[in-house]
Write a protein that binds this ligand. Structure first.
Ligand code: NAP
Length: 294
């Protein structure tokens, strides 16, 4: 995991809106935060962690399609984050949203001070986010006998502690505004457990506890907090599966296919919108029916 920081200059040059090739903090008006009308997320600003690829990228694009400005966080892959930004611009332009803005922010959210820096830079560049998507996640799989404390701590730091920290940082503005959406990406493994993933499953179960607790804390201020639990989604994270395991997995999925990042993103975009205003503290599985209860 890279700990180098993208210089502010280059971060700023990555700030683009849907109509012009570049914008700067001084020339672009800060986003205002009124309640979105209809299904549109116009005038909303989202911070998406791990937006450079996979599910995070699809979430950024889905939000851009709805007119949202998006802060795209990434750890090390600046080129991939740049690509996400371009896809967001195209999606916004195709949907006729002309005032959305997009910027990429390098920050290793495993480091506590990096979460603070990320939040500050997003506020300064795009305005305080009123939608937070805690998506970044890593795995360090092993049976517990071989799992080191470092492997456990590393996974918990990205998957759970950073989500806690960003919820704390971003909710201050949301609570003041009496409007906000927090969506935490958990996993079906957080519901069922999985051999070889004690650290990952613990982090994802922790995300569910965090989500439900904050949903209760924030409900009185019209800030909703939900979790989305993907099943097996076709991304870099699941590319490591061999054909045999992939085949076995498919047998356990009633819809008989792996999910796509877009399947997950559509649910996140819905939960981010006005229509989802009466949903809080829920865990929505996007898993092809894998975890359906009898
Ligand atoms: P992925 O393709 O591996 O992408 C992970 C993303 O997280 C990348 O954008 C990466 O940035 C970022 N990231 C990793 N460590 C980071 C750190 N320390 N600081 C900031 N960003 C960091 O993962 P994915 O499959 O899209 O998964 C996204 C989320 O869905 C995760 O929370 C995962 O646990 C969850 N999920 C996935 C599946 C699945 O089947 N794929 C199933 C259930 C749940 P860089 O590109 O810069 O490294």
């Amino acid at each position: 995991m890279s700990e180098t920081h993208m210089p502010l200059e280059s971060m700023m040059s990555n700030c683009t809106d849907a109509t012009t090739p570049a914008c700067s903090k001084t020339t672009t008006p800060a986003c205002t935060h009124s309640v979105a009308s209809g299904s549109s997320l116009q005038l909303q600003t989202a911070l998406v962690t791990g937006g450079s690829r996979g599910i995070g990228r699809a979430i950024c694009v889905a939000l851009a399609q709805q007119g949202c400005s998006v802060a795209i966080n990434f750890a090390g892959d600046a080129a991939a984050a740049e690509e996400t930004m371009q896809l967001c611009q195209e999606a916004a332009r195709d949907a006729g949203h002309t005032s959305s803005r997009f910027a990429a922010f390098q920050a290793d959210i495993a480091i506590a001070s990096e979460c603070e820096r990320l939040h500050t830079e997003v506020c300064e560049t795009l305005g305080s986010p009123n939608i937070l998507i805690n998506n970044a996640g890593i795995t360090r799989d092993n049976l517990i006998m071989r799992m080191t404390l470092e492997d456990f701590d590393a996974v918990l730091a990205v998957n759970l502690r950073a989500a806690f920290q960003l919820c704390k940082l971003a909710s201050r503005f949301m609570l003041k505004q009496r409007q906000g959406r927090i969506i935490n990406i958990t996993s079906v493994v957080g519901l069922s457990g999985n051999a070889g993933q004690a650290n990952y499953a613990a982090s994802k179960a922790g995300i569910i506890g965090l989500t439900k607790s904050l949903a209760r804390e924030f409900a009185g201020r019209n800030v909703t907090v939900n979790a989305v639990a993907p099943g097996f989604i076709d991304t870099a994270m699941t590319k490591v599966l061999n054909e045999g395991n992939r085949g076995k997995l498919l047998e356990s999925i009633p819809l008989q296919r792996l999910g796509t990042p877009q399947d997950v993103a559509a649910t996140v975009a819905f939960l981010s919108g006005k229509e989802a205003g009466y949903i809080t503290g829920q865990v929505i599985a996007v898993d092809g029916g894998m975890t359906m209860q009898p």
